[in-house]
Design a protein around this ligand. Structure first.
Ligand code: SAM
Length: 336
């Protein structure tokens, strides 16, 4: 840099803030690159090192200049390396996405860039009354996948509530990918039951998953709204679970819903739900904004409000456990 250019830099107003903002661009570009690389099949194609020409062919590229610049971006971010004309995966994040359990992370990035991105784009106008976003219809399968980011924490809660060796008839509400049916089935060979989800595409995904996990004979999965359930959803159940979806029910309709669920439980049956609760962490605040901006969703619940609603609906022994360090993700259980 010549001296004049250096002096110009030094005289810039808000020099440190400018530097920080430029640094902030990097995580933004990294998320964009990772999302593109996952969605386009670039990461998959780089499971083993490949030349530009290999990649043009494998990804059926027509605009080669676009991929060339995107590859340069990947190298500049240190997500990719280039040696002797061959590209390879270098960054930890890219590697994690490619791993067997990387899909929830990829879906989380896609959710942030698309759904949450739109939430912030429209936030100013929505403050002044513009309509909320009808996001749920288009994002069902992506949300079902990204919800699995909390999986390790919710899985241990599920194991604890299903127990190890007793017959359990389970109703899972809003099953998404069906992953918690898998944990329940693995923890206790005597668990059977029924799962329901509002969205047909999500149920198709859950059915395919149960099939591939070898547990499709233990659970029926049906499309429907639990507020108006199909005939297959009939009690009594020993356990009713709601994972990460209590905010799809307006606070004022929860007492009614809880009372009905309680009436479907066998004596000494358990209702178990998991949810992020309202909190001041970045993740909780971002999620709360997304929910409040979405048609058909309610704000993140307050833990005490929720446990109070359960008690008010006739449940006893209502208890809550924090499932994740640092984030307000809780498991709540209540007895019929
Ligand atoms: C955020 S996802 C969570 C999926 C899954 N439980 C998990 O934790 O991975 C919430 C799911 O609840 C479903 N859902 C929301 N309201 C529902 C309702 N009234 N009846 C049935 N399913 C519902 C949605 O379609 C969605 O698949």
């Amino acid at each position: 840099m010549n001296v004049r250019a250096l002096l110009t830099v030094l005289r810039l107003p808000h020099l440190w803030a400018r530097w920080q903002l430029l640094r902030d661009v990097e995580p933004f570009l990294r998320l964009q690159f990772l999302s593109f690389a996952w969605e386009s099949g670039l990461l998959e194609a780089l499971r083993s090192p490949a030349s530009r020409e290999d990649l043009f062919e494998r990804l059926r590229v027509q605009r080669t200049d676009l991929l060339e610049v995107a590859l340069d971006l990947g190298v500049a971010l240190k997500e990719l390396s280039r040696r002797e004309g061959r590209y390879a995966i270098q960054g930890r994040r890219s590697r994690a996405l490619l791993h067997d359990d990387g899909d929830p992370l990829a879906a989380m990035i896609q959710e942030l860039l698309t759904y949450h991105g739109s939430v912030y784009q429209h936030l100013a106008e929505r403050l002044r009354g513009a309509p909320l976003g009808a996001y749920l219809e288009k994002t069902g399968t992506m949300i079902a996948r990204s919800s699995r980011v909390s999986e390790p924490f919710i899985a241990s809660f599920v194991r604890a509530v299903v127990g190890a060796d007793r017959p359990v008839r389970l109703l899972e509400i809003g099953c998404g990918s069906g992953i918690y049916l898998r944990y329940a089935a693995e923890a206790n060979a005597r668990v059977t039951g029924v799962a329901i989800d509002l969205q047909e595409s999500v149920v198709e995904q859950a059915l395919a998953n149960l099939q591939s996990w070898g547990i499709s004979d233990r659970f029926a999965v049906v499309v429907g709204d639990i507020r108006n359930p199909p005939a297959d959803v009939s009690g009594p159940f020993d356990l009713i679970t709601l994972h990460q979806n209590v905010y799809y029910f307006a606070p004022e309709e929860r007492p009614d819903l809880f009372r009905r669920l309680r009436s479907w439980l066998a004596p000494h049956g358990t209702l178990a739900l998991t949810s992020m609760m309202r909190g001041k962490t970045l993740a909780a605040l971002d999620f709360d904004l997304a929910l409040r901006s979405t048609v058909g969703c309610a704000a993140l619940p307050e833990l005490q409000e929720l446990t109070g609603q359960l008690e008010g609906s006739g449940f006893s022994q209502v208890g809550a456990t924090r499932l994740m360090p640092l984030e307000p993700l809780y498991g709540v259980t209540a007895r019929s």
